[in-house]
Design a protein around this ligand. Structure first.
Ligand code: U5P
Length: 209
């Protein structure tokens, strides 16, 4: 499934700030952290829970435990996903974290070079969350998923991003049909250089200057 949050005023307000060319790196990074936190919160709504019994100081009562929240691996795609990951781990605080680097070559091939890959062992209990703010052609995430799947089979694979282009979504669905996507919004199209329109520009440059 693909989930986007155009009907959430709070997420749309953060997105508006991220899109605005007048937003500098400090506010841009803060916006990504906030968005990561809120997206993680949305993901927990789709996780399995267990009923548990606890005691308040006064009596016994029922409670819940989000079992899946304890078995999360976040894959951070350098470099723009760093602030997004920081937000995600505020909610998914048990997460193990993998780091991969990926840089995209020029049009029309958009070849992906991965120089650094450090991913923890993955088990069938794990929800693997791959953070990359922009799903443009989808090439980066397809390559990252190919790589991450070498480290074990997970219970779920979830991509978290800010914006996605329709092209990227369909290419990822075709290459990895088992993947779910959570993005703030789905944008109109890609330009000939592979940028999302209307988009927010280059997320790495916006965040880190
Ligand atoms: N990217 C942007 N802004 C865009 C399009 C792409 O920052 O408008 C960056 C993303 O950070 C991502 C990579 O890591 O390019 C995704 O490109 P793709 O492999 O999905 O085409």
């Amino acid at each position: 499934g693909v989930y986007s949050f155009e009907d959430s005023p709070f997420i749309m307000e953060i997105l508006t700030e991220l899109r605005d060319e007048n937003t500098g790196p400090i506010a841009f990074r803060k916006g990504l952290v906030k968005l990561g936190r809120y997206m993680a919160y949305e993901i927990t709504k789709t996780m399995e829970t267990e009923r548990i019994k606890i005691k308040t100081p006064l009596e016994e009562t029922d409670g819940i435990l989000i079992a899946d929240r304890r078995n999360v691996v976040i894959i951070t795609v350098l470099r723009a996903a760093i602030p997004l990951m920081e937000g995600l781990i505020k909610v998914l605080d048990h997460a193990r974290v993998g780091i991969v680097s990926a840089s995209r070559g020029k049009a029309p091939k958009f070849e992906i070079e991965m120089k650094y890959v450090k991913v923890p062992q993955i088990t069938e209990k794990d929800t693997v969350i791959i953070a990359d703010p922009m799903i443009a052609t989808g090439s980066t995430l397809i390559k990252v998923l190919d790589e991450v799947k070498k480290y074990g089979k997970a219970k779920r694979y979830v991509i978290v991003g800010v914006l996605a282009a329709p092209e990227g979504i369909s290419r990822i669905k075709e290459a990895h049909p088992d993947v779910e996507m959570f993005v703030a919004a789905i944008d109109r199209e890609l330009n000939e250089k592979g940028y999302i329109l209307p988009g927010l520009g280059d997320a790495g440059d916006r965040a880190f200057g």
